[in-house]
Ligand binder design. Structure first.
Ligand code: PRX
Length: 657
């Protein structure tokens, strides 16, 4: 794996951005980037102050950065409201008030357009409606909605009041939702009654009802009727209709005064244990960071029509649209549903309709385009596209070249960025007008971010040598805590290698200073850009009475990047038949959500283990990938188990999962 990657890096072409693009870029050459980067590292206070100058502060003190990792703050004692920066600044300016903020397109073809002024009124009404329910700064509200204008309104209203929102991806099951509601101590839930996905109706309100069974703390559920004809059970006293609440609310609602380091938002993500972590971001820090990433890595300009396909359930949408995008005053497209539904060219149709010039998506979506073929893309006018951005998983060169040639007309700039829920942005990316493209690379460190690649002892490794990706200095959008568990925050990110933030990824730097992220070094897998803990899946499988032991590993997949594959040993008396395979898959869907459904389940007699009894998942991965075990076998307790596994897998019918 590492050898293949190193070969890819060595053979990578270097492609310069076209002059027409560079001319309109914020940073126009590698030399300029290098000067600015060096300055931003030597004097991070100066760099972040300049970024801060472009935002609207309620009051701003002199201190820019205090403390160091992991106890740090940006602009301590300064006050700033995220919503005011994302909405009011443009709604109150006569030059931009009637500018389109959001073009909404539903999967069923519903279309709506909202200007900054309209957004301003809606957000203030919504904030007053939430206040009328007794919700206030510091309370947690869980938001379980797909991409809708109302979702943006609710989240911005929370930011306006200082309510800490916790978005949960609307593909999570009732069990997973319950866990996230309970662990975050949410007082209220806001949901849509349903969402559309590949023509199917997902009954979100019913999922919320299931999730809330036995949960007393939640006092209010606000329901937006996305599908007016969908029968929606309402519990009197607890449940409220969104439209009714808003129609009674006034628009008079000044932004709350909020300290820049106060918690702004919360989002759960998978870690290496079975329990998801509630990642806490500071409101002001998140705004400062995401504004800078979005402006420079997307070269955002007022005239752009920008579409980021991410679902609001993932932090990418908050970084690059909700906060970063709106803080740049941009016009964005908001799309609900599957990108290739009801026909494979749906994504292209949307690009063509709105004349999108900057598209942000994930490798899995780009590979989906490739799978549908060139002929589909050729039916549309994609000539407006000048920048294609990606995040979330490795962007394989084959898809990269295809996308640039077919979707980008051979001229669009591709910017593959690297980031994490924890980093609240993308510390690695290209500055698209300045840095030459290398297919598969994640570009260079962003201003004010000091990244390094080190060995186990924290010593830097030379270019060309894989190691652990770490970040040496604080930056504004770095997570500030794991909700309710400071110890887990310190343990997960700051304990392996002292003094630095540990990303959990391995990476290589090449001779030109480009970073190439190779993948996770822990038990987290990446399925279509969804981050899933294999431990979480294993705990789910073991809950089924037939299962004695389970091990889940990621297997490479052409479109989804990786798919989860489970190895299971059974309790005596259970037959490894199709019904059981389905039941186990259902167990995972029930506990986590359908996106985590195992692609295959292998029933095995025994697992390869260390002498201390730990399952060696690395061997399972190797057997899956190559059909044999060639890596280090010292520490293995019983070689026969491996031989048996290899032959069992060879004989397993393809339908065994
Ligand atoms: O392993 C890295 C992978 O995705 C992980 C972060 O996942 P998540 O928190 O869901 O990301 C949210 C994005 C804001 C990372 O630890 N990853 C992300 N980008 C890339 C990547 N792997 C390779 N190349 C990338 N460009």
């Amino acid at each position: 794996m590492a050898e293949d990657a190193l070969r890819m890096i060595a053979e990578s072409p270097k492609i310069d951005p076209p002059a027409a693009y560079t001319e309109r870029s914020y940073v126009r050459s590698m030399a300029e980037y290098e000067v600015l980067y060096r300055r931003s590292i030597e004097q991070p206070e100066v760099f972040w102050s300049q970024v801060a100058d472009e935002l609207l502060w309620q009051s701003r003190g002199d201190t820019v950065i205090s403390g160091s990792l992991p106890e740090f703050q940006f602009f301590p004692g300064s006050y700033i409201n995220v919503c005011e920066n994302c909405v009011d600044r443009f709604a109150l300016n006569p030059a931009t008030r009637n500018k389109v903020a959001l073009f909404f397109e539903g999967e069923d073809g519903t279309r709506r357009t909202v200007t900054y002024l309209q957004l301003y009124d809606e957000v203030r009404r919504c904030a007053n409606a939430l206040s009328a329910l007794g919700l206030k700064a510091g309370d947690v509200v869980c938001v379980y909605m797909q991409n809708l204008i109302e979702t943006y309104v609710v989240l911005l209203a929370c930011l306006r009041l200082g309510i800490v929102y916790n978005t949960v991806f609307a593909g999570f099951s009732a069990e997973a939702l319950r866990e996230r509601i309970v662990s975050s101590g949410a007082k209220a839930v806001v949901c849509a009654n349903g969402s559309l996905r590949r023509g199917r109706v997902l009954r979100l309100k019913e999922t919320v009802d299931d999730a809330l069974t036995g949960v007393d703390r939640v006092e209010h559920v606000v329901v937006f009727r996305r599908l007016p004809d969908l029968e929606t059970p309402m519990t009197p006293g607890r449940d409220h209709d969104y439209d009714t609440l808003l129609s009674a609310a006034s628009t008079d609602c000044p932004p709350a005064r909020l300290e820049a380091n106060a918690p702004g938002l919360l989002i759960f993500t998978s870690g290496t244990t079975g329990k998801p972590k509630g990642i806490v971001h500071a409101g002001g820090g998140f705004l400062l960071g995401t504004y800078a990433y979005t402006k420079y890595q997307l070269d955002l300009r007022p005239e752009d029509v920008y579409w980021n396909t991410a679902d609001i359930g993932w932090l990418t949408a908050h970084i690059f649209v909700l906060v970063g995008g709106l803080a740049c005053g941009v016009t964005t497209v908001l799309y609900e549903g599957a990108l290739d539904w009801p026909q494979p060219g749906r994504l292209y149709e949307v690009i063509q309709r709105y004349r999108v010039n900057k598209l942000f998506s994930a490798p899995t979506a780009y590979r989906m385009m490739l799978k549908h073929g060139e002929e589909v893309a050729r039916r549309y006018d994609l000539s407006t596209l000048e920048l294609l951005v990606s995040v979330g998983e490795p962007f394989n060169p084959e898809a990269w070249h295809w996308v640039r040639r077919v979707v980008g007309g051979g001229v669009a700039v591709i910017n593959n960025t690297w980031g994490q829920t924890e980093t609240g942005g993308t510390p690695l990316a290209s500055l698209p007008g300045a840095v030459s493209m290398k297919p598969g690379s994640c570009g260079v460190p962003f201003f004010g971010h000091e990244l390094d690649i080190v060995d186990r002892d924290g010593q830097p490794v030379p270019p060309g040598t894989p190691g652990y990706l770490v970040i040496r200095k604080p930056f504004p959008s770095l997570a500030r805590d794991v909700y309710g568990d400071r110890q887990r925050y310190l343990q997960s990110y700051f304990s392996q290698i002292p003094g630095v933030y540990f990303t959990g990824d391995s990476a290589v730097r090449d001779e030109d200073g480009h970073f190439w992220v190779l993948g996770r070094v822990d038990d987290v897998i990446n399925v279509s850009g969804h981050r899933i803990s294999t431990m979480e899946m294993e705990s789910s499988l073991i809950r089924h009475p037939a299962v004695v032991e389970a091990a889940v590993v990621g297997q490479s997949d052409e479109v989804r990047g990786q798919v989860p594959v489970a190895f299971v040993t059974l309790e005596k008396g259970y037959a490894p038949d199709d019904a059981l395979v389905e039941a186990l898959k259902q167990q995972v869907v029930h506990d986590i959500g359908s996106f985590a459904r195992p692609a295959r389940i292998y029933f095995v007699e025994a697992m390869p283990k260390t002498r201390s009894g730990k399952i060696i998942r690395r061997m399972l991965r190797e057997i899956l990938q190559t059909g044999e075990v060639r890596g280090d076998i010292t520490g293995l307790e019983d070689w026969e188990i491996v031989e048996r596994l290899v032959s069992e897998l060879r004989d397993a019918a393809p339908g065994s999962g």
